[in-house]
Every structure is written in structure tokens, then in C-alpha cells.
Design a protein around this ligand. Structure first.
Ligand SMILES: [Fe+2]
Length: 374
């Protein structure tokens, strides 16, 4: 862990030197705003107690002391009534970019992107009996979800109550227009959607019409008596990264053009829009959204429209390339959980009877589970 070896107060900043030889600068105002002592920060909830907006813009520390052999720092602020602020060296090093951020879901662990080019992952199923409170299976599921974007659980009971209990381990089940735990079969007629049919379903992400598309999607195969119907998974992050390398102009267009999605049935009209590829502030992939069935009309000026169609077609060609597909024949008792912000899913056409139930979770709850369970 980094140790502070020297601290030097300057007009605008405090300069810290680290045992690695690195140097970091912290504005005085920022330091006053980020004290970790109980007067500045609630120790249990980590909610801020400092009144940021009452602070003097020109505040400057009067004195500072390196504590605990370089593992902590204290700053004394001017005025007798002003408290002293304390900081751990780990916190300051993290903020300075010298340590991975603990707020990242599973800091230090990178997703393992997969495609035809880089190789597809093996199917490492997790036995149902291991997925429960305090058992190692849930941690394995979350690790595989973070690494590959999906996990398959085998040997699960096929009744709805057991399915609900299983899926509740990943976060609370989200209520949508399809219900909490929904059923899916070609015999159902409540929702007039392509998913409720026997035909081939092209890989897509769900809920391109939702402002906050579900983060995890869960399926449990309850009955299957027929042929075909394999689930298709595609790693949208891997394909987006390939496009970023091979066709950067197309990648950029898909990061910029907002694509509307819609869902319409009697009494329901959902609609939102976002780019097919969403990045964070550091231009890392955050979410892919692709569902040509649910795309709503939009019109750009002709050159931009043409560029969009070219880029969208490029992405689509990568998505429907069979070599990029992982196909999983889900049979009764098999559950599939996957990251709907990263993976696209589809299904081969089938004959016979196929009954599934499933549900959604919010992405933030999945990320919370990654931070707290795994
Ligand atoms: Fe879907």
C-alpha cells in the first residue's frame, strides 16, 4: 500500500510525495471537502457531513502532519473553531490514480471479451445446490457474469417459487409491464411480441425502449419437448471493441447517434433513445443497445443518415456472424443469467413445446452484488 513520505503546502494545493517516488497534488478546497474524519463524513454511510457550499473558496490548510508511518494524513484548517481533517493514504492514493478504485465493480478484474476472433468461452455450469445464502455458488455465478457476461446454472427445480428464490439471489426482481417473474411460451397471447413465438429471434438487447434497460436477464427452462430453440449469446462488448479497432468511424457514429426504441401494446407506449454504443467518461464501454425489431423511426440529414445505416449494418453483420455466437441448448432445470448491457441474446427457431420463466434485475443491483458478495 502506498505510503506518504513528504507533504508540502503550496498556495493552491498540497503536494504529497509517495514512497514510489510519485507526486500528487490536491487542491486545498478539495481536501476540506473530502475529510474522512467523523465531522466531515458519516463513518457508517459515507455520506458527506461537510457543508461544501459554506466553505471559503480560498481556504488553505494551516498545518499538516503525516501519521501512522505514512499511512494517514491530518490537515489543520485556520480558525480555532475549524476542525482538523484526516485522510487515509489509501484514499488519497486512489483519488490520485495510484490505486484501482474500490467503487469499480470488482476492482482489478477485467471482463474477458469473447468472439470468433478471440475464442468463445467454455460452458462452466454452476450446480443449483451450490447457489444459496453463504454458499460458494453465488460468488462463482457473479464472477462468471463479470468475466464472460453470463452464467448457466444446472439442476434447478422448475416451479415458479423456486425460480423466484434462485433469481432473488442476484438482486431484487424488477417489475415491468411483463410482470416480475414472467412466463414465456408460444402458447401465450398476452404480449404481442416476437419473443412469444417459435421463430428464429435475431440477437438483440432487451428494452431499448426503457430509460434504464434491465442489467441482468434471467431465464429458467421449465419444459422442453421439441427440436431446436437453442439460446444464442453474443458478446456485444467484444464486437464493439473489434469495430473500434477496425472501423473507428463506424464506432464513433454508433457512439453519437441516438437510436429510439419503442414498445407498443394496448394501454402501453414505452419509448426512449440512446446510442447503440454508450461509453463512460474515459471512453470505456458501458452499454450496448441493439434491437432492430423495436427501433422507432428517426430521420437525420442525408449524409448523417447514410453514415448511421453504414455503421449500424457493420455492427449487425458482426452480431449475426455465426462464428461469434455461443449457442446453448437450455433444457428443463437449466437457468441462464446474462448481462443485458453487454451481451445480446437470441434464439433459434423451434418446433414443439418450450416453456420458460424469467425476470430482470437492475444493473446497479448486479454491480452492488459484485461489490458486496464476490
Ligand atoms: Fe429478448
Amino acid at each position: 500500500m502506498p505510503r506518504i513520505t513528504a507533504a508540502e503546502g503550496q498556495a493552491e494545493t498540497l503536494v504529497l510525495r509517495w514512497d514510489s517516488g510519485a507526486e500528487s497534488r490536491f487542491p486545498w478546497f478539495w481536501l476540506r471537502d473530502h475529510g474522512q474524519d467523523p465531522d466531515s463524513l458519516d463513518p457508517a454511510t459515507l455520506q458527506r457531513r461537510v457543508d461544501t457550499f459554506a466553505l471559503d473558496e480560498a481556504i488553505r490548510g494551516e498545518d499538516c502532519t503525516i501519521l501512522e508511518d505514512g499511512h494517514a494524513l491530518a490537515v489543520v484548517w485556520p480558525g480555532a473553531a475549524e476542525p482538523q481533517s484526516r485522510y487515509s493514504a489509501d484514499f488519497l492514493a486512489t483519488m490520485a490514480g495510484l490505486l484501482p478504485e474500490a467503487i469499480a465493480a470488482q476492482p482489478g478484474r477485467q471482463p474477458r471479451l469473447w468472439s470468433a476472433a478471440g475464442g468463445l468461452p467454455d460452458l462452466e455450469t454452476v450446480p443449483y445446490g451450490e447457489v444459496g445464502e453463504g454458499k460458494p455458488g453465488l460468488r462463482r455465478c457473479l464472477e462468471q457474469l463479470q468475466r464472460d457476461g453470463f452464467v448457466v446454472i444446472e439442476g434447478a427445480p422448475t416451479d415458479e417459487a423456486s425460480a423466484r428464490a434462485l433469481f432473488n439471489h442476484f438482486g431484487y426482481i424488477r417489475e415491468t409491464i411483463f410482470g416480475g417473474l414472467w412466463s414465456l411460451s408460444a402458447e401465450m397471447t398476452e404480449h404481442d411480441d416476437t419473443a412469444y413465438s417459435t421463430q428464429y429471434l435475431e440477437p438483440h438487447t432487451d428494452s431499448t425502449y426503457s430509460h434504464d434497460a434491465p442489467g441482468l436477464q434471467c431465464f429458467l427452462c421449465q419444459e422442453f419437448d421439441g427440436k431446436g430453440g437453442e439460446s444464442i449469446l453474443v458478446d456485444g462488448f467484444a464486437l464493439a471493441e473489434e469495430m473500434r479497432r477496425e472501423q473507428p468511424e463506424n464506432f464513433q457514429v454508433l457512439c453519437e447517434v441516438s437510436v429510439p426504441g419503442r414498445y407498443i401494446e394496448p394501454g402501453v407506449h414505452l419509448r426512449t433513445e440512446r446510442p447503440a454504443i454508450r461509453l463512460d467518461g474515459a471512453r470505456r464501454l458501458q452499454q450496448v443497445s441493439f434491437n432492430n425489431y423495436d427501433r422507432a423511426p428517426f430521420l437525420l440529414e442525408p449524409a448523417r443518415m447514410k453514415a448511421f445505416y453504414r455503421a449500424y449494418k457493420d455492427f449487425h453483420a458482426r452480431i449475426v456472424e455465426r462464428g461469434n455466437w455461443l449457442t446453448i441448448p437450455l433444457r428443463p432445470g437449466m437457468a441462464l443469467v446474462f448481462d443485458n448491457w453487454r451481451l445480446l441474446h437470441g434464439r433459434l427457431g423451434y418446433t414443439g413445446k418450450r416453456v420458460f420463466c424469467g425476470c430482470y434485475h437492475n444493473h446497479e443491483d448486479f454491480e452492488s452484488a459484485l461489490r458486496t458478495v464476490a
